[in-house]
Design a protein. Structure first.
Length: 153
């Protein structure tokens, strides 16, 4: 099963750590949505969208990437990390997937070290996250996504 995960991870690389753990479980191509590239998502069996939460939602570049490049009907899943208040989480990207007739396989989220604004003064929140338990949970999530898709094939 060939999977692409389109992601944005800047603050502390928290989301990327989660994706790299998942990538140990199968053939995953990680696509940084801010990198200049030719994008062809048709060739993948399923597509993930991943982001840190910024201002209570997915980073806008990920949402726009889904709007532009997600092929209709592709199975999708979502991943995000957040400091404390996930807000709308994956809602915006899920709406795009729904509008394109894509089946949503699930979502994974966990806390991610956050030193934004005033949190910096107290040494940050969600320190140490994603931790080994978060990464184990992420790997398990991706195995379940894979198993679910293989059963359908
Ligand atoms: C500008 C900015 C805004 C943020 N907004 C939120 C937020 O609304 N809710 C929250 O729980 N965390 C918020 N965070 C914390 C990040 O979601 C968290 O640290 C996340 O793990 C960052 O992912 P990344 O390291 O992959 O970019 C914010 C961080 C930054 C830098």
């Amino acid at each position: 099963m060939k999977t692409a995960i389109c992601y944005y991870s800047r603050h502390h690389g928290n989301t990327l750590k989660v994706l790299e753990a998942m990538a140990q479980e199968g053939e995953i191509h990680l696509i940084d949505v801010t990198a200049r590239q030719t994008v062809q998502l048709m060739e993948y069996d399923c597509i993930g969208f991943a982001s840190g939460i910024y201002g209570f939602e997915f980073q806008k570049a990920v949402v726009e990437f889904a709007r532009q490049y997600l092929p209709a009907g592709k199975p999708v899943f979502f991943i995000y990390t957040y400091g404390g208040v996930k807000g709308t989480g994956s809602k915006a990207v899920a709406e795009i997937a729904n509008a394109k007739g894509c089946s949503i396989l699930g979502e994974f989220s966990c806390k991610g070290y956050d030193t934004f604004g005033p949190f910096k003064m107290v040494g940050g929140i969600a320190k140490g996250h994603p931790d080994t338990q978060d990464l184990d949970n992420a790997r398990r999530f991706f195995r379940q996504i894979q198993e679910g898709l293989e059963e359908k094939q």
